[in-house]
Design a protein around this ligand. Structure first.
Ligand code: FCB
Length: 473
Protein backbone atom coordinates (compact mmCIF):
# COMPACT_ATOMS: atom_id res chain seq x y z
CA UNK A 1 0.00 0.00 0.00
CA UNK A 2 1.30 3.45 -0.81
CA UNK A 3 0.59 6.35 1.46
CA UNK A 4 -0.74 9.39 -0.37
CA UNK A 5 0.60 12.40 1.47
CA UNK A 6 0.31 14.83 -1.42
CA UNK A 7 -1.87 16.94 0.87
CA UNK A 8 1.17 17.89 2.98
CA UNK A 9 -0.53 16.86 6.21
CA UNK A 10 2.30 14.76 7.56
CA UNK A 11 2.73 14.82 11.29
CA UNK A 12 5.52 14.14 13.68
CA UNK A 13 8.22 15.54 11.39
CA UNK A 14 11.10 16.83 13.47
CA UNK A 15 13.16 19.99 13.02
CA UNK A 16 16.80 20.15 14.07
CA UNK A 17 17.52 22.03 17.31
CA UNK A 18 19.21 24.91 15.47
CA UNK A 19 16.31 25.44 13.03
CA UNK A 20 14.95 28.81 14.12
CA UNK A 21 11.19 29.11 14.57
CA UNK A 22 9.56 32.42 15.35
CA UNK A 23 7.22 35.08 14.13
CA UNK A 24 7.27 38.40 12.28
CA UNK A 25 5.65 41.84 12.17
CA UNK A 26 6.34 45.25 10.59
CA UNK A 27 6.46 48.69 12.18
CA UNK A 28 3.64 50.50 10.41
CA UNK A 29 1.35 47.49 10.69
CA UNK A 30 1.49 47.24 14.49
CA UNK A 31 3.09 50.22 16.21
CA UNK A 32 0.54 53.04 15.98
CA UNK A 33 1.78 56.11 17.91
CA UNK A 34 2.49 57.86 14.64
CA UNK A 35 3.11 61.22 16.29
CA UNK A 36 4.93 59.97 19.38
CA UNK A 37 8.43 61.02 20.36
CA UNK A 38 9.22 63.00 17.24
CA UNK A 39 8.31 60.44 14.57
CA UNK A 40 7.93 62.08 11.17
CA UNK A 41 5.31 61.19 8.56
CA UNK A 42 5.91 58.28 6.20
CA UNK A 43 4.42 57.61 2.79
CA UNK A 44 2.02 55.16 4.46
CA UNK A 45 0.63 57.91 6.72
CA UNK A 46 -0.02 60.07 3.69
CA UNK A 47 -1.41 57.21 1.65
CA UNK A 48 -3.69 55.78 4.33
CA UNK A 49 -5.09 59.24 5.04
CA UNK A 50 -5.94 59.71 1.36
CA UNK A 51 -9.62 58.87 0.87
CA UNK A 52 -10.26 55.72 -1.14
CA UNK A 53 -6.81 54.17 -0.75
CA UNK A 54 -7.51 51.75 2.13
CA UNK A 55 -10.51 49.50 2.73
CA UNK A 56 -12.87 51.18 5.22
CA UNK A 57 -10.58 54.24 5.37
CA UNK A 58 -8.38 52.49 7.94
CA UNK A 59 -5.00 53.96 8.91
CA UNK A 60 -2.04 52.83 11.00
CA UNK A 61 -2.52 55.73 13.45
CA UNK A 62 -3.24 53.37 16.34
CA UNK A 63 -2.97 49.87 14.81
CA UNK A 64 -2.05 47.42 17.62
CA UNK A 65 -0.71 50.25 19.78
CA UNK A 66 2.40 48.11 20.09
CA UNK A 67 4.55 51.20 20.68
CA UNK A 68 2.83 51.69 24.04
CA UNK A 69 2.46 47.99 24.82
CA UNK A 70 6.01 46.88 24.22
CA UNK A 71 6.58 45.10 27.51
CA UNK A 72 3.35 43.09 27.47
CA UNK A 73 3.84 42.18 23.81
CA UNK A 74 7.35 40.97 24.62
CA UNK A 75 5.89 38.84 27.41
CA UNK A 76 3.40 37.46 24.92
CA UNK A 77 6.25 36.44 22.59
CA UNK A 78 8.01 34.77 25.50
CA UNK A 79 4.81 32.93 26.48
CA UNK A 80 4.71 31.42 22.99
CA UNK A 81 8.34 30.40 23.30
CA UNK A 82 9.39 32.26 20.15
CA UNK A 83 13.02 31.63 19.29
CA UNK A 84 13.24 34.63 16.98
CA UNK A 85 11.24 37.77 16.34
CA UNK A 86 11.45 39.63 13.06
CA UNK A 87 10.42 43.26 13.39
CA UNK A 88 11.02 46.33 11.28
CA UNK A 89 12.44 49.68 12.26
CA UNK A 90 10.46 52.74 11.20
CA UNK A 91 12.88 55.01 9.37
CA UNK A 92 10.71 58.10 10.19
CA UNK A 93 11.16 57.41 13.90
CA UNK A 94 14.94 57.49 13.45
CA UNK A 95 15.17 60.33 10.94
CA UNK A 96 11.81 62.12 10.88
CA UNK A 97 12.68 63.92 7.63
CA UNK A 98 14.71 61.09 6.12
CA UNK A 99 18.12 62.65 6.65
CA UNK A 100 20.20 64.41 9.25
CA UNK A 101 20.64 63.93 12.96
CA UNK A 102 19.06 60.84 14.54
CA UNK A 103 16.05 61.16 16.81
CA UNK A 104 17.21 59.70 20.13
CA UNK A 105 13.70 58.83 21.33
CA UNK A 106 13.06 56.78 18.20
CA UNK A 107 16.28 54.85 18.61
CA UNK A 108 15.48 54.31 22.26
CA UNK A 109 12.24 52.48 21.42
CA UNK A 110 14.08 49.93 19.29
CA UNK A 111 16.85 49.68 21.83
CA UNK A 112 14.28 48.72 24.47
CA UNK A 113 12.71 46.26 22.04
CA UNK A 114 16.04 44.57 21.32
CA UNK A 115 17.00 44.46 25.00
CA UNK A 116 13.59 43.06 25.86
CA UNK A 117 14.00 40.31 23.29
CA UNK A 118 17.49 39.41 24.45
CA UNK A 119 16.35 39.37 28.08
CA UNK A 120 13.74 36.79 27.09
CA UNK A 121 16.14 34.69 25.02
CA UNK A 122 14.53 35.69 21.69
CA UNK A 123 16.77 36.36 18.72
CA UNK A 124 16.22 39.88 17.26
CA UNK A 125 15.94 40.00 13.47
CA UNK A 126 15.75 43.63 12.42
CA UNK A 127 14.45 44.75 9.03
CA UNK A 128 15.52 48.26 8.11
CA UNK A 129 12.84 48.95 5.53
CA UNK A 130 9.35 47.51 5.52
CA UNK A 131 7.88 50.18 3.23
CA UNK A 132 7.53 53.25 5.49
CA UNK A 133 9.67 55.75 3.58
CA UNK A 134 9.88 59.18 5.22
CA UNK A 135 7.43 61.39 3.31
CA UNK A 136 10.10 64.09 3.01
CA UNK A 137 12.11 61.75 0.79
CA UNK A 138 9.11 60.89 -1.36
CA UNK A 139 8.63 64.62 -1.83
CA UNK A 140 12.03 64.60 -3.52
CA UNK A 141 11.15 61.65 -5.78
CA UNK A 142 11.24 58.73 -3.37
CA UNK A 143 12.73 55.55 -4.80
CA UNK A 144 12.84 57.04 -8.29
CA UNK A 145 15.59 59.31 -6.98
CA UNK A 146 19.02 57.74 -6.63
CA UNK A 147 19.66 60.02 -3.66
CA UNK A 148 17.19 57.96 -1.59
CA UNK A 149 19.60 55.00 -1.73
CA UNK A 150 22.35 57.15 -0.21
CA UNK A 151 19.99 58.41 2.47
CA UNK A 152 19.09 54.78 3.26
CA UNK A 153 22.75 53.91 3.78
CA UNK A 154 23.10 56.84 6.16
CA UNK A 155 20.05 55.65 8.10
CA UNK A 156 21.49 52.11 8.17
CA UNK A 157 24.73 53.42 9.64
CA UNK A 158 22.85 55.32 12.36
CA UNK A 159 20.83 52.27 13.33
CA UNK A 160 23.92 50.07 13.15
CA UNK A 161 25.80 52.37 15.50
CA UNK A 162 22.92 52.34 17.99
CA UNK A 163 21.89 48.66 17.90
CA UNK A 164 24.76 46.91 16.18
CA UNK A 165 26.15 45.52 19.39
CA UNK A 166 22.94 43.55 20.03
CA UNK A 167 21.00 42.76 16.84
CA UNK A 168 21.68 39.19 15.69
CA UNK A 169 20.42 39.51 12.13
CA UNK A 170 19.99 42.47 9.80
CA UNK A 171 17.66 42.50 6.83
CA UNK A 172 17.95 45.53 4.63
CA UNK A 173 14.73 45.46 2.62
CA UNK A 174 11.43 43.62 2.87
CA UNK A 175 9.97 42.72 -0.50
CA UNK A 176 11.40 45.43 -2.75
CA UNK A 177 9.04 43.99 -5.40
CA UNK A 178 6.12 45.53 -3.49
CA UNK A 179 7.90 48.83 -2.84
CA UNK A 180 8.74 49.27 -6.50
CA UNK A 181 5.91 47.75 -8.49
CA UNK A 182 2.95 48.25 -6.15
CA UNK A 183 4.22 51.63 -4.94
CA UNK A 184 5.18 53.16 -8.29
CA UNK A 185 3.58 50.87 -10.92
CA UNK A 186 0.12 49.70 -9.90
CA UNK A 187 -0.51 52.34 -7.23
CA UNK A 188 -1.97 49.80 -4.79
CA UNK A 189 0.66 50.71 -2.19
CA UNK A 190 2.15 53.99 -1.04
CA UNK A 191 3.07 56.34 -2.59
CA UNK A 192 0.38 55.27 -5.06
CA UNK A 193 2.11 56.26 -8.28
CA UNK A 194 1.28 54.56 -11.59
CA UNK A 195 4.33 55.12 -13.77
CA UNK A 196 6.08 52.15 -15.43
CA UNK A 197 9.41 53.98 -15.70
CA UNK A 198 9.26 55.04 -12.06
CA UNK A 199 8.68 51.42 -11.02
CA UNK A 200 11.82 50.25 -12.82
CA UNK A 201 13.89 53.13 -11.44
CA UNK A 202 12.65 52.13 -8.00
CA UNK A 203 13.72 48.52 -8.57
CA UNK A 204 17.27 49.64 -9.22
CA UNK A 205 17.48 52.23 -6.47
CA UNK A 206 16.14 49.72 -3.94
CA UNK A 207 18.74 47.17 -5.05
CA UNK A 208 21.39 49.87 -4.76
CA UNK A 209 20.10 50.84 -1.33
CA UNK A 210 20.54 47.24 -0.18
CA UNK A 211 24.16 47.22 -1.33
CA UNK A 212 25.05 50.60 0.14
CA UNK A 213 23.30 49.85 3.44
CA UNK A 214 24.92 46.43 3.83
CA UNK A 215 28.31 48.04 3.33
CA UNK A 216 27.50 50.85 5.77
CA UNK A 217 26.28 48.41 8.41
CA UNK A 218 29.28 46.12 8.04
CA UNK A 219 31.53 49.10 8.66
CA UNK A 220 29.97 49.94 12.02
CA UNK A 221 28.47 46.86 13.68
CA UNK A 222 30.71 45.03 16.04
CA UNK A 223 29.10 41.72 16.92
CA UNK A 224 29.50 39.64 13.78
CA UNK A 225 25.80 39.53 12.90
CA UNK A 226 24.10 37.99 9.87
CA UNK A 227 23.18 40.12 6.85
CA UNK A 228 20.26 39.41 4.58
CA UNK A 229 17.56 40.74 2.31
CA UNK A 230 13.99 39.45 2.02
CA UNK A 231 12.26 38.90 -1.32
CA UNK A 232 8.73 37.82 -2.15
CA UNK A 233 9.00 35.27 -4.91
CA UNK A 234 6.39 34.66 -7.55
CA UNK A 235 6.03 30.89 -7.97
CA UNK A 236 4.70 30.56 -11.50
CA UNK A 237 2.64 27.92 -13.19
CA UNK A 238 1.52 27.63 -16.79
CA UNK A 239 -1.76 26.89 -18.49
CA UNK A 240 -1.27 26.70 -22.27
CA UNK A 241 1.34 26.85 -25.02
CA UNK A 242 1.95 30.56 -24.44
CA UNK A 243 2.70 30.04 -20.75
CA UNK A 244 6.48 29.43 -20.96
CA UNK A 245 6.89 32.93 -22.43
CA UNK A 246 4.60 34.43 -19.78
CA UNK A 247 6.46 32.57 -17.01
CA UNK A 248 9.81 33.81 -18.34
CA UNK A 249 8.60 37.42 -18.43
CA UNK A 250 7.10 37.48 -14.95
CA UNK A 251 10.02 35.54 -13.51
CA UNK A 252 12.33 38.22 -14.94
CA UNK A 253 10.34 41.17 -13.60
CA UNK A 254 9.35 39.72 -10.26
CA UNK A 255 12.18 37.41 -9.26
CA UNK A 256 15.33 37.80 -11.33
CA UNK A 257 15.19 41.64 -11.31
CA UNK A 258 16.28 41.20 -7.69
CA UNK A 259 18.18 37.91 -7.47
CA UNK A 260 20.17 38.86 -10.58
CA UNK A 261 21.84 41.99 -9.21
CA UNK A 262 21.78 40.96 -5.53
CA UNK A 263 23.28 37.50 -5.95
CA UNK A 264 24.90 37.47 -9.38
CA UNK A 265 25.85 41.11 -9.91
CA UNK A 266 23.86 41.53 -13.13
CA UNK A 267 20.44 42.42 -14.46
CA UNK A 268 19.06 39.62 -16.64
CA UNK A 269 19.43 40.39 -20.36
CA UNK A 270 15.85 39.32 -21.07
CA UNK A 271 14.53 41.77 -18.43
CA UNK A 272 16.33 44.63 -20.18
CA UNK A 273 14.88 43.53 -23.52
CA UNK A 274 11.34 43.10 -22.22
CA UNK A 275 11.37 46.63 -20.77
CA UNK A 276 13.32 48.33 -23.59
CA UNK A 277 10.27 50.33 -24.73
CA UNK A 278 10.12 51.93 -21.27
CA UNK A 279 13.77 52.52 -20.45
CA UNK A 280 17.33 51.83 -21.53
CA UNK A 281 18.22 51.36 -17.84
CA UNK A 282 20.78 54.16 -18.08
CA UNK A 283 20.04 54.87 -14.41
CA UNK A 284 22.27 51.85 -13.66
CA UNK A 285 25.62 53.58 -13.27
CA UNK A 286 29.07 52.12 -13.50
CA UNK A 287 30.00 50.28 -10.33
CA UNK A 288 26.41 49.92 -9.12
CA UNK A 289 26.27 46.19 -9.72
CA UNK A 290 29.43 45.63 -7.67
CA UNK A 291 27.92 47.71 -4.89
CA UNK A 292 24.67 45.76 -5.00
CA UNK A 293 26.20 42.30 -4.84
CA UNK A 294 27.32 42.16 -1.22
CA UNK A 295 27.97 38.87 0.53
CA UNK A 296 24.89 37.88 2.53
CA UNK A 297 24.46 35.16 5.13
CA UNK A 298 21.05 34.06 3.96
CA UNK A 299 18.27 35.01 1.59
CA UNK A 300 14.91 35.78 3.22
CA UNK A 301 12.00 34.09 1.46
CA UNK A 302 8.40 35.29 1.79
CA UNK A 303 5.85 32.88 0.37
CA UNK A 304 2.05 32.81 0.42
CA UNK A 305 0.71 31.27 -2.82
CA UNK A 306 1.33 30.60 -6.50
CA UNK A 307 0.38 32.40 -9.74
CA UNK A 308 -0.72 30.90 -13.06
CA UNK A 309 0.12 32.87 -16.18
CA UNK A 310 -0.22 32.86 -19.95
CA UNK A 311 0.01 35.46 -22.71
CA UNK A 312 -3.21 37.39 -23.26
CA UNK A 313 -4.56 36.90 -26.79
CA UNK A 314 -6.97 39.81 -26.58
CA UNK A 315 -10.10 37.80 -27.39
CA UNK A 316 -11.60 38.10 -23.90
CA UNK A 317 -11.05 40.61 -21.10
CA UNK A 318 -7.59 40.13 -19.61
CA UNK A 319 -7.65 38.10 -16.39
CA UNK A 320 -5.81 39.84 -13.63
CA UNK A 321 -5.79 37.48 -10.63
CA UNK A 322 -2.19 38.22 -9.62
CA UNK A 323 -3.07 38.33 -5.92
CA UNK A 324 -2.59 42.08 -5.64
CA UNK A 325 -5.27 44.70 -5.18
CA UNK A 326 -6.39 46.00 -8.58
CA UNK A 327 -6.52 49.78 -8.42
CA UNK A 328 -6.01 50.56 -12.08
CA UNK A 329 -2.27 50.72 -12.74
CA UNK A 330 -0.13 47.70 -13.64
CA UNK A 331 2.62 46.22 -11.50
CA UNK A 332 4.03 44.56 -14.64
CA UNK A 333 5.88 47.24 -16.67
CA UNK A 334 6.50 46.03 -20.20
CA UNK A 335 4.44 42.86 -19.66
CA UNK A 336 0.89 44.10 -19.34
CA UNK A 337 -0.06 41.49 -21.93
CA UNK A 338 0.51 38.66 -19.48
CA UNK A 339 -2.66 37.20 -18.04
CA UNK A 340 -2.96 35.97 -14.45
CA UNK A 341 -5.57 33.22 -14.23
CA UNK A 342 -7.87 32.46 -11.35
CA UNK A 343 -6.40 29.38 -9.67
CA UNK A 344 -7.93 26.37 -8.04
CA UNK A 345 -8.80 26.74 -4.34
CA UNK A 346 -9.03 26.39 -1.47
CA UNK A 347 -8.32 30.03 -0.71
CA UNK A 348 -7.44 32.14 2.29
CA UNK A 349 -9.44 35.28 3.14
CA UNK A 350 -7.08 37.20 0.82
CA UNK A 351 -8.37 35.07 -2.07
CA UNK A 352 -4.89 33.53 -2.32
CA UNK A 353 -4.80 29.85 -3.25
CA UNK A 354 -3.36 27.50 -0.67
CA UNK A 355 -0.44 25.64 -2.25
CA UNK A 356 2.18 24.20 0.09
CA UNK A 357 3.77 22.40 -2.87
CA UNK A 358 4.65 25.86 -4.23
CA UNK A 359 6.75 26.51 -1.13
CA UNK A 360 8.64 23.24 -1.48
CA UNK A 361 9.18 23.91 -5.19
CA UNK A 362 10.39 27.47 -4.50
CA UNK A 363 12.88 26.43 -1.82
CA UNK A 364 14.31 23.65 -3.98
CA UNK A 365 14.53 25.95 -6.99
CA UNK A 366 16.33 28.69 -5.03
CA UNK A 367 18.73 26.13 -3.63
CA UNK A 368 19.47 24.88 -7.14
CA UNK A 369 19.97 28.42 -8.47
CA UNK A 370 22.04 29.65 -5.52
CA UNK A 371 23.52 26.57 -3.82
CA UNK A 372 25.88 28.61 -1.66
CA UNK A 373 23.14 30.82 -0.21
CA UNK A 374 21.27 29.54 2.87
CA UNK A 375 17.56 30.35 3.05
CA UNK A 376 15.21 31.46 5.82
CA UNK A 377 11.43 31.66 5.41
CA UNK A 378 10.97 35.19 6.71
CA UNK A 379 7.20 35.21 6.14
CA UNK A 380 4.52 32.62 5.62
CA UNK A 381 1.02 32.58 7.02
CA UNK A 382 -2.62 33.12 6.17
CA UNK A 383 -5.56 35.44 6.73
CA UNK A 384 -8.89 34.00 7.78
CA UNK A 385 -12.03 35.60 9.21
CA UNK A 386 -11.39 34.77 12.85
CA UNK A 387 -13.79 35.33 15.69
CA UNK A 388 -13.31 35.23 19.42
CA UNK A 389 -15.85 32.85 20.96
CA UNK A 390 -15.84 32.41 24.73
CA UNK A 391 -12.33 33.81 24.96
CA UNK A 392 -10.86 31.50 22.31
CA UNK A 393 -10.14 31.62 18.58
CA UNK A 394 -10.45 28.21 16.96
CA UNK A 395 -8.66 29.00 13.70
CA UNK A 396 -8.49 25.45 12.39
CA UNK A 397 -7.89 26.63 8.82
CA UNK A 398 -4.77 28.57 9.83
CA UNK A 399 -3.47 25.63 11.85
CA UNK A 400 -3.96 23.45 8.80
CA UNK A 401 -2.26 26.01 6.55
CA UNK A 402 0.75 26.21 8.86
CA UNK A 403 0.95 22.46 9.30
CA UNK A 404 1.04 21.96 5.54
CA UNK A 405 3.61 24.69 4.93
CA UNK A 406 5.89 23.52 7.74
CA UNK A 407 5.65 20.08 6.15
CA UNK A 408 6.64 21.61 2.80
CA UNK A 409 9.63 23.26 4.48
CA UNK A 410 10.61 19.97 6.10
CA UNK A 411 10.41 18.19 2.76
CA UNK A 412 12.64 20.82 1.18
CA UNK A 413 15.22 20.27 3.93
CA UNK A 414 15.01 16.52 3.33
CA UNK A 415 15.77 17.23 -0.34
CA UNK A 416 18.98 19.00 0.63
CA UNK A 417 17.89 22.63 0.87
CA UNK A 418 19.92 24.65 3.37
CA UNK A 419 16.88 26.14 5.13
CA UNK A 420 17.75 27.72 8.46
CA UNK A 421 14.46 28.97 9.89
CA UNK A 422 10.79 29.81 9.55
CA UNK A 423 9.06 32.96 10.79
CA UNK A 424 5.29 32.89 10.80
CA UNK A 425 3.46 35.96 9.49
CA UNK A 426 2.21 37.39 11.75
CA UNK A 427 2.51 37.52 15.51
CA UNK A 428 -0.48 39.86 15.78
CA UNK A 429 -3.49 40.71 13.65
CA UNK A 430 -2.54 44.04 12.13
CA UNK A 431 -2.94 46.74 9.47
CA UNK A 432 -2.83 44.75 6.25
CA UNK A 433 -1.82 47.63 3.97
CA UNK A 434 -4.52 48.41 1.36
CA UNK A 435 -6.91 46.04 3.12
CA UNK A 436 -6.64 47.83 6.44
CA UNK A 437 -7.85 45.82 9.42
CA UNK A 438 -10.20 43.68 7.34
CA UNK A 439 -7.67 40.85 7.01
CA UNK A 440 -6.37 39.00 10.05
CA UNK A 441 -3.02 37.23 9.69
CA UNK A 442 -2.11 36.93 13.38
CA UNK A 443 -1.49 33.83 15.45
CA UNK A 444 -2.66 36.18 18.20
CA UNK A 445 -6.02 37.93 17.80
CA UNK A 446 -6.24 41.67 18.45
CA UNK A 447 -9.48 43.37 19.44
CA UNK A 448 -8.97 46.81 17.90
CA UNK A 449 -11.52 48.36 20.26
CA UNK A 450 -9.89 47.24 23.49
CA UNK A 451 -6.41 46.18 22.25
CA UNK A 452 -6.95 42.88 24.01
CA UNK A 453 -4.72 40.08 22.74
CA UNK A 454 -6.04 36.50 22.54
CA UNK A 455 -3.73 33.67 21.54
CA UNK A 456 -5.43 31.77 18.71
CA UNK A 457 -5.28 27.99 18.42
CA UNK A 458 -2.60 28.58 15.76
CA UNK A 459 -0.52 30.47 18.34
CA UNK A 460 -0.75 27.52 20.70
CA UNK A 461 0.12 25.23 17.79
CA UNK A 462 3.27 27.23 17.00
CA UNK A 463 4.22 27.17 20.69
CA UNK A 464 3.79 23.39 20.75
CA UNK A 465 5.88 23.02 17.60
CA UNK A 466 8.67 25.08 19.09
CA UNK A 467 8.51 23.20 22.36
CA UNK A 468 8.53 19.71 20.85
CA UNK A 469 10.49 20.46 17.64
CA UNK A 470 7.89 18.27 15.90
CA UNK A 471 4.99 19.21 13.65
CA UNK A 472 2.01 18.56 15.92
CA UNK A 473 -0.45 15.95 14.67
C1 FCB B 1 3.75 40.61 2.73
C2 FCB B 1 4.22 41.76 3.57
C3 FCB B 1 3.66 41.74 4.97
C4 FCB B 1 2.22 41.29 5.00
C5 FCB B 1 2.05 40.00 4.25
C6 FCB B 1 0.66 39.44 4.27
O1 FCB B 1 3.77 40.98 1.39
O2 FCB B 1 5.61 41.78 3.64
O3 FCB B 1 3.83 43.02 5.52
O4 FCB B 1 1.41 42.28 4.54
O5 FCB B 1 2.45 40.16 2.92
Amino acid sequence: MTIDNSDYRDSGLEFAPDFLIGSATAAYQIEGAVHADGRGPSIWDTFSHTPGRIVDGDTGDVADDHYHRLESDLDLMASLGLEAYRFSIAWPRIQPLGSGEPNAAGLDFYSRLVDGLLARGIRPIATLYHWDLPQALEDRGGWTNRETAYRFAEYARIVGEALGDRVATWTTLNEPWCSAYLGYGSGAHAPGRTEPLAALQAVHHLNLAHGLATRALRAVVGNDPEFSVTLNFHVLRGDDASSPEAVRRIDALANRAFTGPLLRGEYPADLLEDTAAITDWSFVLEGDLDTIRQPIDFLGVNYYSTATVRMWDGTAPRQNADGHKDVGGSPWPGSTDVEFLVQEGPYTAMGWNIAPDGLEELLVSLHEQFPATPLVITENGAAFDDEVVDGAVHDAERVDYLRRHFTAAHRAIARGVDLRGYLVWSLLDNFEWGYGFSKRFGIVHVDYGTQERTVKDSGAWVAELIGSRRIPG
